[in-house]
Ligand binder design. Sequence first.
Ligand code: HEM
Length: 496
Amino acid sequence: MLTMAWSWIPIALVALVVLKTLLWKTNTKNLPPGPRGLPIFGNLFVLGKRPQRDLHRLAQTYGSIMYLRLGFVPTIVVSSPQGAELFLKTNDLNFASRPQLQVVKILTYEHKNIAFAQYGSYWRTMRQICNLELLSNHKINSFKPMRKEELDLLIEYIKEAARDRVAVDLSAKVSALSASMTCSMIFGKKYMDKNLDGRGFKAVVKEAIKLIGAPNFADYIPQIASLDLQGLTKHAKAVLKVLDPFFETIIDEHIQLKDENRNKDFVDVLLGFMGSQETDYRIEREHIKAIILDMFFAAMISAANVVEWTLSELIRHPQSMKKLQKEVEEKVGLERMVEESDLESLEYLDMVFKETLRLHPVAPLLFRESIEDCTVNGFYIPKKSRVIINVWAIGRDPTAWTEVEKFFPERFIGSGIDMYGNDFQLLPFGSGRRRCPGMHLGLIVVKSLVAQLVHCFDWELPNYMLPTELDMTEEFSLVTPRVEPLLAIPTYRLHS
Ligand code: HEM
């Protein structure tokens, strides 16, 4: 049976080439410049292990608005601040949708989440609910005692490691803290790694994110999607089999406790919408699971990623570390720990984050999809084109930055550049309608964590490794974590 299916592939592919080549000719007018592609596959093979770097290299030849054909999908790659502004601000509405990917479809119960939902009333309503019930200033403040409790636990753990002079796996510890805070915020209580199939949150979420980021032939040549040649669909179904029972348990527990006299958490609020009917959708259990998954993934992965890279850069650059410690010492002293209310006065800390996110954006590539045919900068952009904003390349654009590879937080002194999507040379949270809604929460978490870790401890690398020897290789998936975990030996530096 399987052999028969395979024998049809060459015939089907030849037919497709002929058909698509004919159709293609009508659409090639005035497209942005780009490399010639192979029949059927187009430019799919230009994407290697680190697509942000491959696309950056190609843009040096073809320009900052470049056209690629990935399989049969017209794709526009944007690699400059000016280009990003045209797509994310001037024409934001037309590029406010997301491409629908096979693996995402499985993991998100057919795109019922926010991050990959198509632009429309479902996306708008769900985003509003999350903004109001999880991400508003009022809600963020209400989680403050929980964040402090979690941070105190981490500091106590590291103090013990400092007493014993042992290295701490900062990558693992920061991920665990992030998972713990995220569970408490979203599900109303902590869950342990064993609740997720024994493998734990970090491993499962990392696996899912890697699957989403992997270039999938099925997304570019939909005619062969059902063959699942790379096995990604099968793999995604296996990951969902681990996540789904976890979300089911959480929903069941909330339903059972519904009538009890307790504060409502985010899941309770979502359950309150179950059964509500709109013109084009009705909120069911799967919608709730997809939203929980979205918030859980976004909050857990991004915060851990930012902290990991910030600490890595600070450890690699002892002068910046000393300068930051001095700033915190001047504002807070050595008698107490940093409070969230101190964060606003820490200007150098802000610059350290901007510089880390310029070099290591959590999402190196932003994905959008055009809703209608349109013209941008004189180029014809067909409807349903995939748009990739190469944030990683923009952070290295020599027309926007000097000494692009250098970690130099001082470059932001007096620059007025913000990181909230208003300045297109720095887009760590994206921009426009699909900009990150968790930005303020994310920044509070990462800033207080880093401020605390550098204020309470000095850090040195294990095995007499020099700061310059720290391996900074990044892995590519939807986000870009470090390949090697960050290990460092702490020395406690506060007086109390
Ligand atoms: C420092 C931490 C964070 C960083 C760097 C970050 C970064 C990003 C980026 C780059 C995007 C894509 C924006 C675009 O396409 O223009 C995004 C989207 C999103 N983020 Fe975050 N994020 C962070 C924290 C959070 C948190 C804490 C949450 C929620 C609890 C969250 C929820 C979301 C959601 C739901 C989207 C999809 C928005 C949409 O498509 O409408 N993020 N984030």
